[in-house]
Write a protein that binds this ligand. Structure first.
Ligand code: ADP
Ligand code: ZN
Length: 285
């Protein structure tokens, strides 16, 4: 018997199965196209295994309220074909096993909490800066959701005085995602973020936005660790720039851990999401 994991991203789905010790036995990566096409491949993968349960970490926004009529749906995504898609329903039709359903970033935070950078801590935030920006918060082993899941990527920020960019988010413009996601960088600079050199002055501006958001999360949640992942954070110089601007903005108002240990990269590297999904599968009832 196996635990199943689906890390459902806007670009790709990573599916994996593990043994009872959560050691991964098989995994595949499938491009995210239409629900029909993508799920056909997801089913072909999992049909090979006898499953105990499945943990799903999905791109969002999603409905995680068990009492809601649209529980298990991907809700207002601009991604074609996936708007109002009954994701958990489609899985349940195929597999009569418990299914845990949360956001991709909640799952990654869960993975990092138990097995990654925060495994010695009681709380952590995981934030991804990629095609979009999103975050999850784990406290004392629990993913923290309220009326819905957090949307840490859409906190509103003060524009940098030297940045005239109008923002990429159709809802807010100057939210963290609108100002700092990969496509916002590309839009502003006219080239893909991964082709920009590490010494470019723009990274100070990127760090300014991320630092503002991290100050806000710190003041609201007082996490023990903030883990930054996603494609944009492959620009490793950002970590130090963010720490410096974070210190300047927080201005010692509250005590935080040493910044080198507070604002860190994922211990599980690119496996935080899948690991979190497997851990959630193990807990699923
Ligand atoms: P997704 O968010 O789709 O799951 P990623 O986390 O890989 O995937 O994020 C993709 C975004 O990250 C793209 O906008 C891409 O331009 C940007 N990106 C990927 N690699 C780098 C890099 N080395 N430096 C800066 N930006 C990058
Ligand atoms: Zn927004």
């Amino acid at each position: 018997m196996f635990y199943g994991a689906i890390e459902a991203g806007g670009t790709k789905f990573v599916c994996a199965v593990s043994d009872e010790n959560l050691t991964i036995q098989d995994r595949i990566s499938i491009p995210t196209t239409t629900p029909e096409e993508t799920l056909t491949e997801v089913f072909a993968f999992f049909d090979q295994y006898d499953l105990y349960s499945i943990g799903v970490g999905s791109f969002g926004p999603i409905d995680i309220n068990q009492a809601s009529e649209t529980f298990g749906y991907i809700t207002s995504t601009p991604k074609k074909g996936w708007n109002n898609f009954n994701f958990v329903g489609a899985l349940k039709e195929r597999y009569l096993v418990p299914i845990a359903f949360t956001t991709d970033v909640n799952a990654a935070a869960f993975g990092e909490y138990y097995q990654g950078s925060a495994k010695a801590n009681h709380s952590c935030i995981y934030l991804t800066i990629g095609t979009g920006v999103g975050g999850g918060f784990v406290l004392n082993g629990q993913i923290i959701d309220g009326f819905g899941h957090p949307e840490m990527g859409h906190v509103l920020l003060k524009p940098h005085p030297e940045d005239a960019y109008h923002g990429h988010c159709p809802y807010h413009g100057n939210c963290l995602e609108g100002l700092a996601c990969g496509p916002a960088i590309e839009d502003r600079m006219g080239q893909k973020a991964e082709t920009l050199g590490e010494t470019l002055g723009y990274w100070e501006i990127e760090a300014y936005y991320l630092a503002q958001a991290l100050v806000n999360y710190t003041l609201v949640l007082r996490p023990e660790k903030i883990i930054l992942g996603g494609g944009v954070m492959k620009q490793a110089q950002l970590f130090q720039l963010i720490r410096e601007q974070f210190a300047a903005l927080l201005n010692n108002y509250v005590e935080v851990p040493h910044l080198d240990e507070y604002i860190v990269s994922p211990g599980l590297i690119d496996n935080a999401g899948v690991t979190g999904c497997l851990l959630l599968a193990k807990e699923a009832k």
